[in-house]
Write a protein that binds this ligand. Structure first.
Ligand SMILES: Cc1cc2nc3c(=O)[nH]c(=O)nc-3n(C[C@H](O)[C@H](O)[C@H](O)COP(=O)(O)OP(=O)(O)OC[C@H]3O[C@@H](n4cnc5c(N)ncnc54)[C@H](O)[C@@H]3O)c2cc1C
Length: 447
C-alpha cells in the first residue's frame, strides 16, 4: 500500500458516501434538492468501479428490470424531477418508441444506461476507481469527533479523508458456497456477477463444445441458462438446484404492496420476531424465484428437446453439490439427490455460481467503529444507533432488510429512502454534537 502523493485529510466533508450505485445516486439527487433550499453540504461519493455500471457483468441482452420503470430514482417522490426515467427517454429521443413497446419493464441494459446518465450529472462529487477499505474513528478527549474514510485507488495508493458522516451503500457481496470455497482462483469456476467477462474467455466463444453447470435456481441462474442456450450452440447446460422445481416470483398486485413506502413504516413498527415473520412470508417475492415468463421459456426449451429426442440441457432439481474438485480434465461435482440420497459425480468444463449475494460489506468497512455502534441497530432514518459521545453519523442503505423490510436491498423505495436520509443528514449537520439517534448504551469506549 503506497500513500497518495497528496492527502485530502485536511478537508472535513459533511458526508462521504461509500458506493455510487442506485442507492447513493438517489441520495445525491435528494441532497441536491435540499441544497437549493438549505444550502449545499460538502458531500463526496466513492465507487470502486473505474466507470459506473449497474451489475455490468450480468447485462445479458435478454435481462429485464424486475420492477416498474416508474420506481426509478425519483418519481415516487417527485414525478416532475429532471432525473426521471421518462425524462431520460425523452432526452435520448426514445420516448415514443418506448411507449410503443407497451412495457413497464425496460431491459436492464437500458436501465444501466439511465443510471449512468443520472450519475454523470453528479460526476463532480464522485471519485471512481477508489475502494473504501475502512471507516475509522477520530477521537479527541474521549469523544469521536469525526470519521476517517480510508480508500485505495487502482494503483494501490491510499487516501484518507475526514468526514462528519458516512452513508454505506456498498451493495451485496457474491456468495461462494462452501464446496467451492477452495476454487476462488479457478478460472473455470466463477460467480454470476462476473458472467460476461468470464464467459468471454471460455472456449465456447470459438464454437468449441463445453459442458457448463449453473448452480442455483433463482433469476440469475435462469438468465444464464437462457443466454447460454441462445448465444452458444456448442454449450450443453445443467442447471443444478436444491429446490424441487423452479418457482415463480410472486409479483401479484396485493403482494406488491409490501414494496410500497408505507410498508416500511409498518415493518419498522413491529417487534423483531414479527419483522422476521413478514420477511419469511414474502421471501418468494425476491429470493430463489424466477420471472414466470422465463420459467415458461426454459420449460419450452426442455419440451422441444423431448420432441426432437436431442437432450442438450437439463434442469436437475433436488440436487445438492457436496464437493467440487478441479483437474486438467474438468471440474468434478459430487452430486446428491436430496430425495433418495443417491450420489453421482459429473464432470463440467465450467461452473457458474448463481448463488446470490450476502449483505456483509458494512461489517468489514465499519469494523473500527463497531465498538461504538449498537450492533448495527438502525433508527427509522437508517442511521446506526451509537453510544453517547459518538458525534459522527453512520447511515446504511441495503443492509437494513431486517428492520425496514424486503424493499431495502431493491430499487423499490429509493426516492423515499433517499429523502429520509437527506433530511436526517441536514438535521444532523445542523446540530453537530447532538446526534439524532444516539442511544443510552454504555459510556463511550476508549479508542
Ligand atoms: C443482477 C442483478 C439484477 C438486479 N435487478 C433488480 C431489479 O430488476 N429490480 C430491483 O429492484 N432490484 C434488482 N437488483 C437488486 C439490487 O440490489 C438493486 O437493484 C440495486 O443495485 C441496489 O443499489 P445499491 O446502490 O444499494 O447497490 P449496488 O447497485 O450493488 O451498488 C453498490 C456500489 O458500491 C460500489 N462499492 C462496493 N463496495 C465498495 C467499496 N468498498 N468502496 C467503494 N465502492 C464500493 C460498487 O462498485 C457499486 O457500484 C438486482 C441485483 C442484481 C445483482
Amino acid at each position: 500500500m503506497n500513500p497518495a502523493p497528496s492527502s485530502a485529510a485536511d478537508t472535513l466533508h459533511d458526508m462521504i458516501g461509500i458506493g455510487f450505485g442506485p442507492s447513493n445516486i438517489a441520495l445525491a439527487i435528494a441532497l441536491d434538492e435540499h441544497a437549493r433550499q438549505q444550502g449545499a453540504l460538502d458531500v463526496l461519493f466513492l465507487d470502486k468501479q473505474a466507470d459506473y455500471r449497474w451489475h455490468g457483468n450480468t447485462l445479458v441482452s435478454q435481462s429485464e428490470l424486475q420492477i416498474s420503470f416508474l420506481k426509478d430514482l425519483v418519481s415516487l417522490r417527485d414525478p416532475t424531477s429532471p432525473y426521471s426515467f421518462v425524462n431520460y427517454l425523452h432526452k435520448q429521443g426514445r420516448l415514443v418508441d418506448f411507449i410503443n413497446l407497451g412495457t413497464f419493464y425496460p431491459c436492464r441494459m437500458e436501465y444501466n444506461d439511465y443510471l449512468r446518465w443520472v450519475a454523470a450529472h453528479f460526476a463532480d462529487r464522485c471519485r471512481y476507481g477508489e475502494q473504501a477499505i475502512a471507516v475509522e474513528p477520530q477521537v479527541n478527549a474521549g469523544q469521536v469527533e469525526h470519521l476517517r474514510v480510508v480508500s485505495l485507488d487502482a494503483q494501490g495508493r491510499q487516501q484518507v479523508r475526514r468526514t462528519r458522516s458516512v452513508v454505506v451503500s456498498a451493495g451485496g457481496t457474491p456468495k461462494f458456497p462452501q464446496p467451492f470455497a477452495h476454487l476462488r482462483d479457478e478460472p473455470r469456476v466463477f460467480h454470476h456477477s462476473h458472467y460476461l467477462e468470464r464467459m468471454a474467455q471460455q472456449p465456447c466463444v470459438q464454437g468449441k463444445p463445453m459442458r457448463i453447470a449453473i448452480i442455483g435456481g433463482g433469476q440469475s441462474a435462469a438468465e444464464a441458462f437462457i443466454d447460454l442456450n441462445d448465444g452458444f450452440t456448442s454449450v450443453q447446460v445443467d442447471m443444478i438446484l436444491r429446490g424441487s422445481s423452479l418457482k415463480p416470483a410472486d409479483d401479484s398486485p396485493f403482494v406488491n404492496d409490501i414494496f410500497s413506502p408505507a410498508f416500511t413504516d409498518l415493518i419498522f413498527g413491529q417487534e423483531s420476531a414479527e419483522r422476521e415473520r413478514f420477511i419469511r412470508e414474502y421471501h418468494n417475492t425476491n429470493y430463489s424465484v424466477v420471472d414466470l415468463a422465463l420459467i415458461e421459456r426454459i420449460y419450452g426449451i426442455l419440451y422441444r428437446q423431448k420432441v426432437s429426442g436431442q437432450h442438450r440441457h437439463a434442469v436437475r432439481c433436488l440436487c445438492a453439490v457436496d464437493a467440487a474438485t478441479a483437474s486438467a480434465q474438468g471440474i468434478d461435482l459430487s452430486l446428491r439427490d436430496t430425495a433418495t440420497g443417491a450420489t453421482e459425480t459429473r464432470r463440467y468444463d465450467a461452473v457458474i455460481l448463481a448463488t446470490g449475494y450476502e449483505r456483509q460489506a458494512h461489517r468489514q468497512l465499519l469494523e473500527s467503529v463497531e465498538p461504538y455502534l449498537n450492533e448495527y441497530q438502525v433508527g427509522r432514518d437508517y442511521r446506526i444507533q451509537a453510544a453517547p459521545g459518538f458525534n459522527a453519523a453512520v447511515y446504511m442503505q441495503g443492509f437494513c432488510q431486517a428492520s425496514h423490510g424486503l424493499s431495502d436491498t431493491l430499487l423499490s423505495v429509493l426516492p423515499i429512502r433517499a429523502e429520509e436520509i437527506a433530511a436526517s443528514l441536514y438535521a444532523f449537520i445542523g446540530r453537530q454534537g447532538l446526534p439524532a439517534t444516539s442511544v443510552g448504551t454504555e459510556a463511550l469506549l476508549a479508542s
